[in-house]
Write a protein that binds this ligand. Structure first.
Ligand SMILES: [Zn+2]
Length: 425
């Protein structure tokens, strides 16, 4: 029997183990925010992986956003050396899950098995993927004990809130430097037959227009910041949105609508503050002297971030030239550059071949409309040979009654084991 088939058999024989491991991970309620039980899940992973010959390092991302004595940002990196020198394949999963929310019919931390699925918060995003990668590595080690190179499995904090206490911290500490890690797979739930090459870029900014307060019965004595902002929004509607919609990327972003540049206005606020919910009085008559919006601009690999920013500044200057007394401020909040692995990158080719073998079909190549931890591995770690590949249906992430399919976990674990064989055996 060839190695490929023997690995697939080995993984298939560990089906119950994948389920039990997923349930064990889901039972630890690593809710973020605020970032609960990170140490507990690292301990759980260490116990499991030490038993399979991994050396485990615990890393607290001290001083990163959200880190405190009450909610420490613990991460784990587990490394298993092979018999000889070679490349290092790293599987990175985030251990945090988002809040439970309403509408559940199963216990969110119960890991109930029903109709070939495991239910619970984080099953799909992404404890099922973490379990699949662990079982893949263990199955590979069992069948190829003399492999060359190294396997790493990390469990990292805070992906759901930007990853600054997780992958960004590890990357800053050199854990993703290309001289120690050569291939990275992030088992996010993107379906077992799809390879996610990367994501679009992000620029968040707060735009404020200024006015002058006056009595609302004589608005001509003041200057309304809300009317100024109205002019900004009108300019966006008339000129910017059509321009963005016409700008299409070569990146295979899904869904289709996200192949264009997009702009969302996250929030708008102007004039007097929102009253307290139990306030029963009337508002006061005032002209608004401040109005703010927060914009979320998602941009393409073909666009430069400087051009993205200049486009907004130019728009504001156009409005200014048409409105006497118009003044504004732009405060930059957050930015992430687009990231995309090459289709010819070794980890991509290897995963594609493994998908064809396990699923008997060619993979789909996609990019994500939003960002994930690949941004830190690319920008800080300077490692381009990185993809997201894992079981689960992305649409179920963050939903009530979240689940992951057991067949999907087993199949994608088979794919990951074959990738290890291709890169390390
Ligand atoms: Zn995720």
């Amino acid at each position: 029997m060839d190695l490929t088939q023997s690995l697939i058999d080995e993984v298939t024989g560990r089906r119950d183990d994948i389920v039990a491991l997923t349930q064990g991970l889901v039972a630890i309620p690593t809710l973020n925010p605020p970032g609960r039980h990170y140490r507990a899940i690292c301990n759980y992973l260490a116990e499991r992986l030490a038993g399979s010959g991994f050396d485990c390092t615990f890393l607290r991302a001290e001083g990163t956003p959200g880190d405190s004595e009450k909610y420490p940002r613990w991460n784990i990196v587990a490394r298993r050396e092979g018999a000889g020198s070679g490349a290092c394949v790293h599987f990175n999963s985030h251990t945090d899950v988002v809040e439970v929310g309403h509408g559940w019919t199963t216990d969110p931390f119960g890991g109930e098995v029903k109709d070939g699925r495991v239910y619970g918060r984080g099953t799909c995003d992404m404890k099922g993927g973490l379990a699949a990668s662990i079982v893949a590595a263990e199955a590979f080690i069992a069948r190829c004990p003399g492999f060359r190179g190294a396997i790493e499995i990390s469990g990292t904090a805070d992906e759901e809130t930007g990853g600054y206490g997780g992958v960004a911290y590890l990357a800053e500490q050199g854990w993703f430097d290309p001289d120690r890690v050569q291939h990275v797979i992030i088992p996010e739930p993107l379906n077992k037959d799809r390879i996610c090459l990367g994501h679009r870029g992000v620029w968040w900014a707060e735009i404020e227009t200024h006015g002058r307060i006056a009595h609302g019965s004589m608005p001509f004595l003041g200057d309304s910041a809300i009317r100024h902002m109205g002019a900004v929004l009108a300019e966006m509607e008339e000129h910017l949105y059509p321009l963005l919609a016409g700008r299409m990327t070569e990146m295979p972003v899904v869904p289709d609508g996200a192949r264009a540049s997009t702009l969302n206005v996250n929030s708008i606020h102007g004039g007097e503050p929102e009253p307290e919910p139990d306030f029963t009085g009337y508002p006061a008559a005032c002209v608004a002297d401040r109005c703010k919006i927060v914009i979320d601009r998602r941009f393409l690999i073909e666009e430069g971030i400087d051009d993205v920013k200049r486009e907004i500044r130019d728009l504001m200057e156009r409005v200014k030239s048409e409105r006497p007394g118009f003044s504004y401020e732009i405060k930059e909040l957050h930015e992430v550059l687009p990231s995309m692995a090459d289709r010819d990158a070794p980890v991509v080719r290897s995963t594609a071949a493994a998908i064809e073998r396990v699923l008997a079909k060619a993979p789909d190549y996609i990019c994500s409309p939003g960002t994930y931890d690949q941004k830190h591995i690319d920008r800080i770690g300077r490692l381009k040979n990185c993809i997201a590949y894992g079981p689960g249906i992305l649409d179920l992430a963050h939903q009530p009654d979240e689940w992951v399919g057991i067949d999907d976990m087993v199949d994608s674990a088979g794919v990951m084991a074959l990738v290890l064989a291709d890169l390390l055996a």
